[in-house]
Design a protein around this ligand. Structure first.
Ligand code: R5P
Length: 272
């Protein structure tokens, strides 16, 4: 791996733990003004100092993130379909690689839709992006998108999608946690990070998901809604860091969450 590529990977993945806590705020590219991300700048600003990387689109990066920020950027470069369409897989590359380089990003990200109508196009986009990534020294993160078909989130499907992405040259794979997740990790020779998915019933449930994912071999999380839709987003992010970087148990992470709750970092009444 070339120096630039290695340097960017190390900026995102802690050399000490080998893991990363990415903050995902790219949902608007197909979901529009997602709950609690309507004002992206207001959501991102307090969380940014506590994230190892920030995953978003170039529009939100340019308009809602101060250019003095030092947090590594993972730039989503695929899009073109919204939740108003039945087929979410009809995506194109929506940002030229030169613009990603101009934005000084640490990685680019795209969705791959294995098993969906536009599987072929999304996989070719990944391969082409990897060619550019190798040329510029910028890692490519493949996101194993499942569209609206949530039942696809099983180990057999996610292992297939993750392995295909790695075979085509992805440097990082983002996928979902599932039962028998270790099988997904075992078959994927590049670091895997897990998304959180829709907001779970409690912060504890999201912390348990992260704990299980790390225990079964994930190198971190790329989580959104379970952080910024929490009543305590900053405390939640710090609790996740304890799990991902410090081997904290869920109980210890809950202690962090409770200790870090402050009026300033709270948007609603504390959950029971
Ligand atoms: C999909 O919209 C994006 O790739 C998100 O970044 C991804 O789903 C992670 O966010 P969440 O934890 O909210 O699922």
């Amino acid at each position: 791996m070339d120096w630039g590529m290695r340097n960017r990977m190390h900026r995102m993945f802690s050399p000490a733990s080998g893991n990363t806590v990415m903050l995902a705020v790219d949902h608007g590219y197909f979901m529009g003004p997602t709950h609690h991300l309507e004002n992206a700048r207001a959501t991102i600003t307090p969380l940014l100092p506590h994230a190892d990387a920030l995953a978003l689109t170039r529009g939100i990066l340019r308009r809602c993130v101060d250019p003095t920020a030092t947090t590594p950027i993972v730039l989503r470069v695929s899009g073109g379909a919204t939740i108003l369409q039945d087929d979410l897989s009809d995506e194109a590359i929506t940002t030229r690689f030169a613009d990603a380089a101009r934005l000084n990003v640490s990685a680019v990200a795209l969705s791959v839709f294995v098993g969906a109508p536009h599987e072929h196009e999304s996989l070719v986009h990944l391969a082409e992006l990897v060619d550019d990534g190798e040329e510029y020294g910028i890692p490519v993160m493949a996101i194993t998108a499942v569209g609206k078909e949530l039942e696809k989130r099983d180990a057999r499907y996610l292992a297939l999608a993750s392995r295909v992405a790695a075979e085509l040259g992805a440097h990082i794979v983002k996928t979902y946690y599932c039962e028998q997740f270790a099988k997904v990790v075992e078959a994927c020779p590049v670091p895997i990070v897990v998304a959180g998915g829709p907001k779970l019933d409690s912060e504890k449930a999201a912390l348990e998901l992260a704990r299980h994912a790390i225990d079964e071999g994930a190198h971190g999380v790329d989580m959104g809604r379970n952080i910024w839709q929490s009543a305590h987003p900053v405390a939640m992010l710090k609790a996740l860091r304890a799990i991902v970087h410090e081997k904290a148990t869920v109980g210890e992470a809950m202690d962090v969450l409770n200790e870090e709750r402050t009026d300033a970092g709270t948007r609603a009444a504390a959950p029971a």
